[in-house]
Ligand binder design. Structure first.
Ligand code: SF4
Length: 364
């Protein structure tokens, strides 16, 4: 499988102005995404995980320019997405599709499945009537739906079937890259695994590349080759999925993992409860953005934004983790276990008043 990056994101920023007064003057900005960088290689899946409101959905939408980024670069297949407009941007958008979280809200209830699937083909002027019909049949077949679905309306299907139709709508345009924005979180638990397996199968059969956005670490672990953990508009830790699961380093990642129910008793961890609420992205804390909630925060954390420390493809923004990595001679497993021990011995992290579990809240 090729390791060539198909997507390069550099210092991506998406700030939304806060406007007040009669003249609607900008008095500040919500920094939903505030300097995010990563690459995704062709045929691979990058999972982005974090609590609701951490900016992960905005990252996906900014890449496709469904919301306009305010800074940074997005390069897809050699094309600078932010510098592309008109017909060229339309062409890029055909190659980069999105599947939304809510299969109830994302399909127009007044349109038949045929009209829903054909809409994109018409907009992109792809094929004549016969070729469009063939493409629609093929897209439905890929998602395990019968051609008879074409003449029905969305309300005639279950949630899982609707999400399959939403996936078919993306596939009908024969894209190379899909943003999957919480694609299973609105579905019944009983069918989440089916849709997840379908997505993995489609990626492998069609050679697709995914950005898989989720608050569910176990889903990300199942699908993703690499995982980026976001907190308050920034990536705080990133690594190959197996490595991140085996040796999380950042205290926030450790808290996220502690909220994942594990069947294997050897993988069970006590749930870490973090104090306080997530600060406002309109006024992020100085130094490390996680410091008001971090049980390991030191003076330097309150003053200095932790730079990236990188060991063998494992990246972390944390002063204490960087020090532990250095002490462990770059061995992330040893450093990760020391971070976990340090957290476990911090006072009141398993229960105290005002604590918040980072157990993923249902996404909006
Ligand atoms: Fe916690 Fe300090 Fe690391 Fe931030 S830099 S995560 S406050 S230990």
């Amino acid at each position: 499988m090729s390791e060539q990056p198909i997507l390069v994101v550099e210092h991506l920023e998406t700030h939304f102005p806060i406007r007040r007064g009669l003249m609607r003057r900008a008095v500040g900005a919500v920094r939903a995404v505030d300097g995010v960088s990563f690459t995704v290689s062709k045929g691979r899946t990058l999972g982005i995980v974090g609590e609701s409101g951490c900016g992960k959905t905005t990252v996906g939408r900014s890449i496709l320019r469904l919301v306009e980024p305010t800074g940074g670069r997005v390069v897809f297949a050699g094309h600078d997405v932010r510098q592309t407009n008109g017909a060229a941007l339309r062409g890029l958008r055909r190659r980069m599709q999105i599947v939304f979280q809510d299969p109830y809200g994302s399909l127009n209830p007044r349109m038949t499945v045929r009209a829903i699937l054909e809409e994109g083909l018409v907009i992109h002027r792809l094929g004549d009537a016969a070729a469009r019909r063939d493409r629609m049949h093929q897209a439905l077949e890929h998602t395990g739906m019968a051609a008879a679905a074409l003449d029905k309306y969305p309300h005639e299907f279950s949630g899982g079937q609707r999400q399959r139709i939403a996936i078919a709508r993306a596939l009908v345009l024969e894209p190379e890259f899909l943003v999957l924005d919480e694609p299973i979180s609105a579905l019944d638990v009983s069918i989440q695994a089916q849709v997840l397996n379908l997505l993995v199968d489609l990626r492998d059969r069609l050679g697709l590349t995914y950005l898989f956005i989720s608050h569910d670490l176990s889903a990300v672990e199942h699908v993703a080759d690499d995982v980026a953990v976001m907190y308050l508009g920034r990536i705080v830790e990133q690594a190959p999925a197996a490595r991140l699961c085996a040796a999380p380093l950042h205290p926030y990642t450790l808290a996220l993992f502690s909220a994942v129910p594990a069947v294997d008793p050897r993988r069970r961890r006590r749930r870490i409860l973090l104090p306080g609420d997530v600060p406002s992205p309109a006024n992020p804390p100085a130094g490390c953005r996680f410091h008001p909630r971090c049980p390991l925060a030191e003076r330097v954390c309150r003053e200095v934004d932790p730079p990236a420390t990188r060991v063998d493809g494992h990246l972390v923004h944390c002063h204490v983790a960087a020090r532990e990595l250095e002490r462990a001679g770059g061995d992330a497993r040893v450093a990760g276990s020391r971070m976990a021990d340090a957290l476990a011995s911090a006072p009141d992290i398993y229960s105290h008043s005002g604590a918040q579990s980072v157990a993923p809240a249902p996404a909006p």
